[in-house]
Design a protein around this ligand. Sequence first.
Ligand code: MN
Length: 197
Amino acid sequence: MKDLMPVNGQFAMPVLSYDNLGDVISKETLSFHHGKHLKAYVDNLNKLLPESGLENLPLSEVIRKAEGGMFNNAGQVLNHAMYFEQFSNSPKPMSAKFASLLERDFGSVEAFKKEFEQKGTTLFGSGWVWLSANAGGKLVITQQKNAENPVTMGLTPLLTFDVWEHAYYLDYQNRRADHLAALWQIVDWAIVESRLC
Ligand code: MN
């Protein structure tokens, strides 16, 4: 799975591998979401880490051990690192092997996407909808509030859509469902599938 390692007890700002995502997420939203929201989470986490006893752990371990503000900022750093990493303006398609796993656990790829969108749309308030693998390898969808990440439930996170309003309000206003439906266009399945180990 995706994890981040600290250098000298501090986490670096995750770098975007693209400068636009076409019409799906505007440059303005990208600029605020990555450059302001994520930057604040990274800065806040790095302020809390020194002498916390958690300053040399991988980010997923910080999330498992932290509470309060440390948990919220650490969770949001990993959540956003995975979120921004999984998108591309020239995304790789889903492999037949991964499609067969979705068919096995959700009935069809389309049924999976419908359930994922529905769970993102119906998550009350701020949070994230995730596709993860459980310890037995079964793929599961979870709704997680605020800064939560499936690593705290022993799951391996693979794909996530951010349903905090800051992720879509400039482009879609209150139309969260339309935003989530559009995101499939930019999901790079090679990156998602690489997290399944
Ligand atoms: Mn966000």
